[in-house]
Design a protein around this ligand. Structure first.
Ligand code: DHB
Length: 391
């Protein structure tokens, strides 16, 4: 199989990239090990930055972000028994949208398949060859167990945190800057009306909790837990008690819990984002802890830069933007790493923390909410730094 750009991964990054390339007349093939149904039903992130929403609207006239999604003009930080609203609209004139990632994927798959995009589901990339030549290729195994070789001008790893393409870019599966955290999130989906109009990030004496949403009928909530916690070990009543004890001042609307999971916290940036004719985007290139919801947005920002670089390379033979891709992408990636680490460390206490640590942390939260500069930094980072222009 021959194409110009072989994209491994039909997540938000891979699908948006295929659209940006198609708009420039560059064809691509996307491989993904999952079925379309798995991609469309796996519950992931929920928050889109304003720039991400603007890009989706520009790319996809059928996007439902404005009909099914909801604009949020702020979030609440709750600590020491009080809520403090961070008013994004007033502070920076920008907002975020609550629009679940699987809905974004339903939209993007319909868009790309409707345009005739070649997407090979249940096709698992095994490795990448020839990145030092003008004809790199992806060697994969298709749904029927047959080998599939995709010859391309360029290979993109949009294949998530367990990326197969990464080895061809960094020289190893794992090589990168890495940090782990001594806690995780216990996440639930429940059938209930929203408990609050906006998201609540709560630092309480009993630990962290986040009250988020998915739709008028389905809510998403998280609480800090041990990374080794077994999601099935707690009863629904225990989950509600834990959540309720961590959001003092709000009575949560309870309802049947139909999904539960434990999310590990990691920060990771690959040592290299590009090697010859292969590059990494999204979780293949970096992972952020979930606090602050940067993951999907950062993936889309990578792709905007890479699409521009691939247009220059493949349409004009100009390699300068591809050569500059990693350095340019890393500016935003490390800002997002800093923000995600900061939100995480400001809101969670590690198991070994002292009273000093706890009181200093409350001092930090108070510093942020009492200062226009502090609130403005949070609002700027949360709603997202401007995306690079695509031309
Ligand atoms: C959600 C996840 C986050 O990490 C966050 O900061 C806000 C919302 C969510 O899944 O709804």
């Amino acid at each position: 199989l021959r194409t110009r750009v072989a994209i491994v991964g039909a997540g938000p990054a891979g699908l948006v990239l295929s659209q940006l390339l198609a708009d420039a007349g560059i064809d691509s093939v996307i491989l993904d090990s999952r079925t379309r149904e798995q991609i469309e039903t796996t519950i992931r992130a929920g928050i889109l930055e304003q720039g991400t929403v603007e890009l989706l609207r520009a790319l996809d006239p059928g996007t439902r972000v404005d009909t099914v999604g909801h604009r949020h003009d702020g979030v609440e930080l709750r600590f020491a028994g009080e809520g403090h609203r961070i008013d994004f609209a007033a502070l920076v004139g920008r907002s975020v949208w609550l629009y679940p990632q699987h809905e974004v994927l339903i939209d993007l798959l319909a868009l790309r398949l409707g345009a005739g995009q070649d997407i090979r589901f249940e096709t698992t990339a095994d490795h990448v060859e020839g990145v030092d030549t003008d004809r790199p290729r992806v060697v994969a195994v298709d749904a029927g167990g047959e080998q599939l070789v995709v010859d391309a001008d360029f290979v993109v790893g949009a294949d998530g945190s367990r990326s197969v393409v990464r080895a061809a870019v960094t020289g190893s599966q794992t090589g990168g800057y890495f940090r782990e955290y001594p806690f995780a999130w216990f996440g639930i989906l429940c059938e209930a009306p929203p408990s609050a109009d906006e998201l609540i990030y709560s630092n309480s004496e009993n630990g962290f909790a986040l009250v988020s949403q998915r739709s008028p009928e389905v809510q998403r909530m998280y609480f800090q837990c041990d990374p080794e916690a077994d999601p099935d070990a707690l009863s629904e009543a225990e989950i509600w008690d834990t959540l309720q004890s961590r959001v003092p001042g709000t009575t949560l609307h309870e309802g049947p819990i139909f999904q539960r999971d434990v999310l590990r916290f990691r920060s990771f940036v690959a040592h290299e984002l590009r090697n010859g004719r292969a590059a990494l985007v999204g979780d293949a290139a970096h992972t952020v802890p979930p606090t602050g919801a940067k993951g999907m947005n950062l993936a889309i920002a990578d792709v905007v830069l890479l699409a521009r670089a691939l247009r220059a390379l493949l349409l004009e033979g100009d390699a300068r933007l591809v050569d500059g891709y990693a350095a340019q992408a890393l500016d935003r990636i490390w800002k997002a790493q800093q923000f995600s680490w900061w939100m995480t460390s400001m809101l969670h206490l590690a198991p070994q923390s002292s009273d000093f640590d706890r009181l200093r942390q409350l001092g930090e939260l108070r510093t942020v909410v009492d200062s226009a500069a502090g609130r403005t930094y949070l609002a700027e980072a949360y709603t997202g730094w401007p995306l690079p222009t695509s031309h």
